[in-house]
Design a protein around this ligand. Structure first.
Ligand SMILES: Cc1cc2nc3c(=O)[nH]c(=O)nc-3n(C[C@H](O)[C@H](O)[C@H](O)COP(=O)(O)OP(=O)(O)OC[C@H]3O[C@@H](n4cnc5c(N)ncnc54)[C@H](O)[C@@H]3O)c2cc1C
Length: 433
């Protein structure tokens, strides 16, 4: 019997340190970080990064030989729950997306030269990266339809296509680009990954796409989602990351643990929104009583508590499956939490916003920003519908049509079978009547 929900005391101490550190040092930066610019932000967090390194918590997603901690997904998950409370906390801990996922791919598939040139400076914070897969004219939810091509020309590859929503590309030094290298191969083996410096001739970062999060035109900020034209972008053979045709396998390696981290970060956001909701309920009076005394509000508090607890246990369970049985065994659990966790985040933030009325809708509180963030969670890293489909398909593998089309639980059929099986007993009982 080895069910165990405890956290070992040493690691709990680290988590407690992280909670206090993020709340005291990082939350205060949130209200000004866009004003101080990227350089200002880098200066503000540099001393914090040193403290994180001294605590042995830097780049915790990577194995020890690459300067990481080799923590495993359960511990990483608990850590991300804390870092998720602030959009800038992951920067102080060396595991901000998309650099964290890109460093994982480079660690996994990079040649020693690629690691030297891209991974080590990325980990040191000297370079920034983006992941460039989604295209405006093909469905990101079905990447086997990718249209961007990389064609071999002598010792080089020449990349041609259009991408968008490449997060952070407008401030990146290099891009990890997914392109089709063999359109005739089986769908999962058509694409490959390339490391492409942003200053490669033929790479043009056209704009940061205005979104719900940043509805105004802008260029170059942290967290922007770039549209990029690749027009005859020529890279050497050494730019190929992993083997030819291994793009999807590598993408899965990046996405499966990445989704666990997302889900735990979302719980950090949801918890913060929940705390605001509960605080508001303690002092706002309407229609003769405190909001906390109204049954609808009590339902919101109880439902949010239950849903966050469920999402947390499901996510940590998926992390545990991954730690104990590997990424492919955890795929269905991870698909499950991806859509369920996104819904919990959305619903908790929505209730907290509603409870604050016009204040919740205003930018005087972070709730409206959390709401916009929550909406995106249902789309990126696979939309809800795709994850639901994959869970349902897996579940349905355990079912088949009943013989003769009669439902297994059909009572008249079962009764007839029981009469046959227990005929003697029935006869004896009715004979006594
Ligand atoms: C904030 C944010 C950051 C992102 N960052 C990156 C990044 O850094 N790099 C990158 O490459 N991409 C990034 N993306 C893109 C993201 O991965 C894609 O948006 C996502 O994969 C969906 O692809 P799509 O937008 O082309 O939508 P589509 O594939 O066109 O899907 C649109 C809708 O169709 C429906 N649908 C699709 N398949 C099914 C199905 N099987 N059953 C039922 N309905 C279905 C769903 O409702 C889905 O939302 C980001 C997106 C967002 C919003």
């Amino acid at each position: 019997m080895s069910w165990d929900f405890s956290t070992d005391p040493d690691f709990q101490e680290q988590l407690d340190w992280m909670s206090a550190f993020v709340r005291e040092n990082i939350w205060p930066l949130e209200t000004i970080w866009r004003d101080i610019g990227l350089d200002g932000l880098a200066r503000a967090i540099a001393p914090m990064q040193e403290q994180v390194k001294e605590r042995g918590l830097w780049a915790a997603h990577l194995p020890p030989e690459l300067g990481g901690q080799g923590m495993g997904q359960v511990r990483l998950g608990l850590m991300h729950e804390i870092l998720g409370t602030s959009p800038i906390a992951p920067l102080a801990f060396g595991n901000a997306a998309p650099d964290s996922g890109n460093s994982e791919i480079l660690a996994l598939a990079g040649t020693p030269e690629q690691k030297e040139r891209w991974l080590h400076p990325l980990l040191a914070g000297d370079l920034r990266s983006a992941f460039s897969m989604t295209e405006p004219h093909t469905p990101g939810s079905d990447p086997t339809q990718l249209a961007t091509r990389a064609v071999r020309d002598g010792d080089d590859w020449v990349i041609e296509g259009r991408k968008w929503f490449s997060s952070n590309a407008s401030i990146a030094d290099f891009l990890i680009v997914m392109a089709v290298t063999n359109p005739d191969a089986r769908p999962a083996q058509r694409a490959s990954m390339f490391v492409v410096p942003v200053d490669t001739p033929g790479v043009e970062i056209l704009r940061d796409v205005p979104t719900m999060e940043h509805p105004w035109e802008h260029y170059g900020g942290y967290g922007g989602h770039a549209e990029i034209a690749y027009e005859g972008a020529r890279v050497p053979a050494e730019a190929l990351l992993g083997g030819e045709g291994e793009g999807f396998i590598l993408a899965q390696h990046r996405l499966v643990p990445g989704r666990i981290h997302h889900c735990m970060r979302w719980l950090g956001v949801a918890r913060r929104a929940f705390d605001m909701m509960c605080e508001r309920a303690t002092y706002r009076q309407a229609h003769g009583s405190l909001l906390a005394d109204k049954q609808t509000v009590q339902n919101w508090i109880a439902d949010s508590t239950a849903e966050m607890q469920a999402a947390r246990l499901m996510t940590l369970h998926a992390a545990w499956v991954m730690d104990t049985q590997g990424a492919s065994a955890a795929r269905t659990d991870v698909a499950l939490i991806k859509f369920y966790g996104a819904k919990v985040l959305h619903d908790v933030v929505d209730r907290a916003l509603q409870l604050h009325g016009s204040l919740g809708y205003s930018t005087d509180l972070p709730l409206e920003g959390m709401y916009r963030f929550a909406r995106a969670a249902r789309i990126y890293d696979g939309p809800d519908e795709v994850h639901r489909q994959s869970v349902a398909r897996k579940v349905m593998l355990g079912y088949s049509p009943p013989p003769n089309g009669i439902p297994t639980e059909h009572v008249p059929t079962r009764r007839a079978q029981a009469r046959e099986r227990f005929g003697e007993l029935l006869e004896a009982v009715t004979a006594n009547d």
